[in-house]
Design a protein. Sequence first.
Length: 187
Amino acid sequence: MRNLKFVRALMFFVAMAAGGAAAAAEQFQVVNVAGIQSYGEFGEAGNTIIELNLGALAQVTSIAWNVDTTANSPSWLSELEVHFSPTSGSGVYLTPSATEDSGSEHNEGSAILADLGLTLNVGADGKLRLEFSDGYKDLGPGEADGQWDAGSITIGYVSAVPEPSTYGMMLLGLAAMGVVARRRQNR
């Protein structure tokens, strides 16, 4: 009977520690896009690249945007895009506008990647790479096809590394298991 109690106690504390690790809180990083220019297609020289450190193996869960953009004629607003990717591997694109014309426009919205059937994990280096580009190079070399005038992009992510509170829960569980084992030996 005592063995059964010990096993139940052990299972309870292991479940508590695992539950703490699984319930990682979503974190956010905000990128100010004011003044960023898009010079050409993805991968071309001159495009602005920003790297964010999300932590090793973090998973991007959501992207929200509230931006003002300008497409220089003959480029279209629908061609301005941001590519999100780990430092190596494929990623996802955000195109905030559907307007097939040049000019200025405000756009806002959000997307939960899982709802779109997408997953985006960063690598062991923990870096998420953002490249601001244009879907088609309309203007000459050195001329920006468009500009991100104002606003921000918010990236939601979940860290793959347990938070300090999770370690606390695991230590508490181990301590409790030690107390139960000690009581068992003293009987």
